[in-house]
Design a protein around this ligand. Structure first.
Ligand SMILES: [Zn+2]
Length: 460
């Protein structure tokens, strides 16, 4: 791979527990790694491909820790625009049963590309929809990630507890537990790359306490331990879930997980809106990470998660955009801003600053994935995952002269000019290199018109 130099940028580096800017600095990328950060004249520029970054800011590639890539198929769906989680799910399940391999692949490509153009370089996914009689497989999301060139943790999700067994999803959207386990083992064997700087790992990600049985949670946890994989699930997203757990399991959601040995530094939990102080302390003690999805929590009216309380107890909190059916956007930079704003609603304007917010989207994401030595910062020896944003724009005018980092996080979050993953440019001049945006957007709209429109005839 040809070496590259990002020339004369404002380089955001995390040092002494905060982001600092190295102004007019350059970054030498050799193969897939950051080799040196210095003034341009001190770097060996022989045969290097030069990326001119004057008036631009280079930040560590953003890390998304919670998504459902299939949900671009039901983005903005008309009959659930004003619904809370359980009602939203019940209506979405009705069209999600139409998921096919092709629909999952196109939706994943759209969702991932949208994230990449806004500066995301690593994403997770929780893919839990494998309807009966469908050819949808995890391979479809992996195919999309590989085509785009994003670093990826493919979460093999699952739902086994259908309505007939007291769960929330209709039976048609669930799989039997033997099939789920067999497929988890298949995708681990076929795809999981445990090496340092891996571009593809498999996480195990059963959906939630209300759609998976205790037995399956336990068995998946054991498989993850045997293979050194990360585990991921939704937790304490709504008060409805708390009521469900109290009625069905006679305990709160966190206790449900604790009893299944589902806490630890190899577990990351989405949402965690409704935690008490003891539960926060338990997360700290067990090094369990949280994927915070502020826009989704606001869109579904789920509540304000106790993020400041968690950070005060040293719980690791990272950022997730969540699926596009509860966010309607895959702009992770906007999510960083929303995380900061949502906490300010509860705790006041000084509770989280720009640097703290950006840390959630970078350093803490790497920590959640147990990849702090590879990802999350612009540092010599780390992976060359870097996003570069132009600040000489209408949206940043005024703020750029004051504070380039503040301008990036506070102003309207625009598309990145250049996105580099593992040393490869995957977005160049705001355009993805390997994916045709117009073509995939058109295709997705066609698939939605054909198979994913809700039946509105029963709406009163
Ligand atoms: Zn989710």
């Amino acid at each position: 791979m040809r070496k590259k130099i990002i020339k004369d940028a404002h380089v955001a580096v995390f040092k002494n527990n905060k982001f600092e800017l190295l102004n007019n600095f350059s970054i030498l990328i050799n193969n897939n790694l950051i080799e040196k950060i210095d003034k341009f004249e001190n770097l060996d520029s022989n045969n290097a491909y030069i990326i001119n970054a004057k008036d631009k800011i280079a930040i560590p590639g953003l890390i998304n820790t919670h998504h459902h890539l299939s949900q671009s198929l039901t983005r903005g769906m008309i009959n659930v625009q004003n619904s809370k989680l359980f009602d939203w799910l019940v209506n979405l399940y009705k069209v999600w049963k139409n998921l096919s391999y092709e629909a999952l692949y196109i939706s994943s490509l759209v969702s991932l590309t949208e994230m990449a153009v806004y500066g995301c370089t690593t994403s997770t996914d929780m893919c839990y929809l494998f309807p009966q009689n469908s050819d949808a497989k995890l391979d479809a999301v992996i195919q999309a990630a590989q085509e785009l060139g994003i670093r990826f943790h493919a979460g093999r999700g699952s739902m086994s507890l259908g309505e007939s067994k007291g769960g929330l999803p209709p039976d048609i959207n669930t799989q039997d537990e033997k099939t789920i386990i067999k497929d988890c083992l298949r995708v681990i064997e076929s795809y999981h790359d445990k090496r340092k700087f891996s571009m593809l790992r498999i996480d195990l990600a059963p959906c939630a306490p209300f759609s998976v049985s205790k037995d399956l949670m336990l068995e998946i946890r054991n498989i993850a331990k045997d293979n050194n994989l990360l585990c991921h699930t939704h937790l304490a997203e709504t008060l409805d879930e708390e009521v469900y757990c109290l009625e069905k399991y006679n305990c709160r959601p966190v206790k449900f997980l604790q009893d299944l040995n589902w806490l630890g530094n190899d577990v990351y939990l989405a949402h965690c809106v409704h935690l008490n102080q003891d539960e926060i302390k338990l997360f700290a003690k067990t090094n369990t990470s949280v994927a915070h999805c502020p826009s989704s929590n606001m869109r579904l009216g789920s509540g304000i998660p106790p993020i400041i309380e968690m950070l005060n107890e040293n719980v690791n909190v990272a950022i997730g955009v969540d699926g596009s059916s509860s966010n309607d956007s895959g702009n992770i930079l906007n999510e960083v801003k929303m995380a900061m704003y949502l906490q300010r609603v509860k705790h006041g304007a000084s509770c989280m600053n720009v640097s703290d917010a950006l840390k959630l989207g970078t350093i803490n994401g790497a920590k959640l994935l147990n990849r702090s030595d590879e990802l999350g910062n612009i540092e010599e020896g780390k992976a060359a995952d870097i996003s570069i944003f132009n600040l000489k724009t209408l949206e940043h005018a005024g703020a750029y002269s004051q504070d380039p980092l503040g301008a990036l996080v506070l102003c309207n979050p625009n598309r990145a000019d250049t996105v580099i993953v593992n040393g490869e440019i995957i977005v160049d001049n705001k355009i993805p290199v390997k994916v045709d945006i117009e073509k995939i957007s058109h295709k997705l709209n066609e698939i939605v018109k054909d198979k994913f429109m809700p039946d509105l005839s029963n709406i009163t």
